[in-house]
Design a binder for this molecule. Structure first.
Ligand SMILES: Nc1nc2c(c(=O)[nH]1)N[C@H]1C(S)=C(S)[C@@H](COP(=O)(O)OP(=O)(O)OC[C@H]3O[C@@H](n4cnc5c(=O)[nH]c(N)nc54)[C@H](O)[C@@H]3O)O[C@H]1N2
Ligand SMILES: Nc1nc2c(c(=O)[nH]1)N[C@H]1C(S)=C(S)[C@@H](COP(=O)(O)OP(=O)(O)OC[C@H]3O[C@@H](n4cnc5c(=O)[nH]c(N)nc54)[C@H](O)[C@@H]3O)O[C@H]1N2
Ligand code: SF4
Ligand SMILES: [Mo]
Length: 718
């Protein structure tokens, strides 16, 4: 038996693990009590990783669809056929016709994601879709405007804060986003233990809100009015640090103008947070020695995620909490950042802008289906399941069938792959060497600054290959050079040969060269040095007071409190949205809900996670609303948005605020012939209901609207 330390790459917590293996098989996984970040904490999913790596449905060889059925073929056949086809599409239609969707699981692995960027560059292609426009692109778009770069983000100084206002976040289940913090509830409990306070602003009384803090129920997708009401009250109460504003910020007067009409009393009409409660929250925020406002996907997935980002970070900044102990800190990456000037790209669909070099997934179907120059004809889906995870599934399904070449790189044959021409078997995360997630390597979003390196723990089954290798072999077969660079292509080809020589092979693979280079640039001494720290390496702690006036990347060097396009949008849309909210006050609003045993769409092919009652998603609804819809617990309900509807079982749940219903995403696997366990589950795909297309996404951030969508619920007639 072999024992190896590594870290989990399922979510942003990146907990330390100890993996026991025998003959390349995972026997057991335990939490690593000595890991500098997680100190023995993990969740069930990390401990069950063996069930993903050794899944009975794991792909082991390339597959080709022949007469509607998938058949195993050799790598040489797969690569040469894909290469030929791609070459033909490229020469006839150019790079505009080639696109990729890069899903969430592989975003935790540095090398394959970089390889995808180099791959697209090789064809002069730039249409990279990611789930970023389902979970966080508003933060990137906001960072560009307020702080001068998408990669400049702030996070709450949880270890010192006296007041945390957490909006649209449920750490007990999700472990948080844009902050890497294993065992988040322990850190949050410590706030109360030192006399501080936590507020949860959420339409649902979550598992987290039941453990600690005070729950503030908010009507879904009205957070922008909450934020404006908060700002208005903060200014009214003199909670602005005028000296700091004068020294380090631009645009305060315009910002104050925007907030002027949004009093606590007025916004209460739509948020349903009583004005006195909002006033009390502002008083607590002003009084705390170090306070932080933080929001996550609950807000990102609304219609105004970018505007909320703006107002929230303006509040943190003008109150003096930005760059302050216990307030919010500006992340400092571990690897030095090279901020190359990014091109301002727009989609051919309505000139929709790219965010952080990616194109909104909400217009993927239009990019594929709209005829004319730039129509997407070849698509590479790496570690994604857009059919279940992106909005507008029915239209996407039609779009995928319209492609001339559709290639999926995955570890199993998921629902999206059913539409593919070829499926190529990639690696499970425990089969590759890695360093931590981009968010801390490059953006420093971690309260305890630390770093780790892991070698691969097990060898891949069958002929599975590293996705980076697959992409560069496709380049070879299509006769182009990775990133358009002859040298890179030569180096990566040489790596394949050198790999065959024992010892040199250990060092010479492209991914190892790449990771080693990053570690050296971070002054961490390369891979051999990092191997001496299997429990991770603590780095110099975050320092408040090192950001304002020193690291701000805007041209003025100051925080921009009133970005012109956001001010214009606020002026043009908020009054009408407010009126609309009042008019729709009786409507039921649908929100998302993450579950302990689910992970987006890919945890349902593991027996332990779909046992008993867990074998379906549910419609969660308050007792009063259920009654009004003629439903009782256990009924089946029809949920409808526009012309689309799905059927789900009902759970009456008084943790849901009246007027709010929730249905978890990632379900609806019945047709998945490649997933022997998941296909036996019940449940329906909520993204069939979510709006898609150019008019459905948030301007400038490209975010899909997935929270607060108005839905109609009725009982299914038996
Ligand atoms: N309605 C609604 N929709 C949502 C959300 C929501 O809240 N509501 N949440 C959204 C969010 S936050 C996200 S991040 C997205 C996620 O959306 P996606 O990234 O599209 O989908 P996932 O379910 O994460 O799974 C992607 C696939 O990755 C594969 N995979 C896992 N590990 C590897 C690997 O190492 N290599 C390769 N090649 N493949 C691998 C899995 O087998 C799975 O098939 O979903 C979004 N969709
Ligand atoms: N178990 C599990 N863990 C996961 C995942 C998973 O699928 N399962 N997915 C991972 C991924 S990819 C991500 S991006 C992270 C996301 O992690 P987080 O960003 O922390 O998101 P959630 O925990 O889903 O919390 C969102 C909360 O917002 C609330 N909410 C919904 N609508 C609104 C609204 O309009 N306003 C406000 N204020 N709140 C609202 C919901 O009730 C929910 O409690 O989680 C990761 N962790
Ligand atoms: S909390 Fe996240 S990183 Fe930690 S074990 Fe669970 S899935 Fe893995
Ligand atoms: Mo996500």
């Amino acid at each position: 038996m072999k024992t190896q330390k590594t870290f989990c790459r399922i979510c942003e917590a990146q907990c330390g693990l100890i993996v026991n293996t025998d003959n390349e098989k995972i026997i057991s996984i335990e939490p690593n009590p000595d890991h500098v970040g997680s100190k023995g904490y993990t969740c069930m999913k990390g401990l069950k990783m063996g069930d993903f790596a050794h899944n009975p449905d794991r792909l082991t060889s390339p597959l080709k669809k022949i007469d509607g059925e998938f058949q195993a073929i050799s790598w040489s056949q797969a690569l040469s056929e894909i290469g030929e086809k791609l070459k033909a599409i490229h020469s006839e239609h150019g790079g505009e016709a080639i696109a990729a969707y890069m899903g969430n699981p592989i975003s935790f692995s540095f090398w394959p994601t970089t390889a995808m960027t180099l791959f697209l560059k090789a064809f002069g292609a730039n249409k990279l879709f990611t789930p970023g426009t389902q979970d966080c692109a508003n933060k990137f778009a906001g960072g560009e405007r307020l702080f001068g770069s998408a990669n400049d983000q702030v996070f709450p100084d949880i270890e010192h804060t006296q007041l945390l206002i957490a909006i649209g976040s449920n750490p007990v289940i999700s472990k948080m986003s844009f902050i890497s913090m294993p065992h988040p509830m322990k850190k949050l409990q410590a706030i109360e233990q030192r006399g501080g306070k936590v507020y949860w602003v959420n339409p649902r009384k979550t598992e987290s809100a039941k453990r600690l803090g005070e729950h503030i129920a908010i009507r879904p997708d009205t957070d922008i009015f909450f934020a404006l009401g908060f700002l208005n009250e903060l200014i009214r109460c003199g909670g602005v640090d005028q000296q700091r504003v004068a020294n380090y910020m631009n645009g305060y007067d315009t910002l104050a103008d925007v907030a002027q009409t949004w009093t606590a009393d007025r916004v209460a009409q739509v948020t349903r947070i009583p004005a006195d409660t909002l006033r009390r929250m502002v008083q607590d925020y002003i009084a705390a020695d170090g306070a932080a406002m933080y929001f996550s996907t609950g807000v990102n997935q609304g219609r105004f995620g970018l505007l909320v980002y703006w107002i929230q970070e303006a509040i943190n900044a003008i109150s003096g909490n930005l760059d302050k102990r216990g307030g919010v800190l500006a992340g400092k990456g571990v690897v030095p950042r090279i901020d190359l000037p990014t091109e301002t790209l727009t989609s051919r669909i309505n000139d929709i802008p790219y965010v952080n070099s990616t194109i909104p997934a909400g217009i993927m179907a239009e990019e594929i289906l709209t005829p004319g120059k730039g129509k997407v004809r070849a698509m590479f889906n790496m570690s994604g399941n857009p059919l279940l995870t992106c909005s507008g599934s029915d239209r996407l399904s039609q779009a995928f069938d319209d492609l001339e070449l559709f290639v999926c790189l995955d570890i199993v044959r998921n629902e999206t792959a059913a539409h593919a021409d070829y499926i190529l078997p990639g690696l499970h995360s425990l089969e590759r060497a890695d360093i931590p997630f981009y968010f801390f390597t490059m953006m420093g979003l971690m309260p305890t600054r630390s770093f780790s390196y892991t070698d691969a723990v097990i060898a891949p089954p069958g002929s599975c290959r590293d996705e980076g290798l697959i992409l560069r072999q496709i380049c070879n077969a299509a006769g182009v050079h990775l990133a358009g660079s002859r040298w890179l292509q030569w180096a990566s080809n040489a790596g394949v040969w050198l790999k065959k020589i024992p010892f040199i092979g250990q060092l010479a693979t492209m991914e190892k060269l790449f990771l080693g280079l990053l570690l050296r640039s971070a002054k961490l001494g390369g891979i051999s040095n990092m191997r001496k720290h299997p429990d991770g390496l603590l780095l110099e702690p975050n320092q408040p007071g090192d950001y304002l006036g020193q690291r701000v990347m805007t041209p003025s060097g100051k925080i921009e409190l009133a970005p012109a396009d956001l001010v214009t949008r606020a002026e043009q849309t908020l009054e009408s949205t407010f009126a609309q909210e009042l008019a729709n006050s009786d409507a039921l609003k649908l929100i998302q809900k993450r579950e302990r045993f689910s992970h987006n769409s890919w945890a349902h092919n593991v027996d332990a996670f779909v046992k008993g009652e867990r074998n379906t998603n549910y419609l969660y609804i308050n007792e009063t609303d259920a009654k009004a819809c003629g439903l009782v617990d256990g009924d089946r309900a029809l949920a409808r948005v526009g012309e689309h509807s799905i059927e789900v079982p009902v759970k009456v749940d008084n943790d849901m605020m009246p007027g709010t219903i929730a249905i978890p995403h990632g379900w609806g696997h019945q047709q998945a012939s490649g997933l022997s366990i998941a296909s036996k589950t019940d449940g329906a795909n909520i993204n069939r209901l979510m709006p898609s297309g150019p008019d459905s996404i948030e301007p400038a951030s490209g975010m899909s609207h997935m929270n607060g969508v108005i839905a109609h619920i009725s009982a299914m007639s038996n």
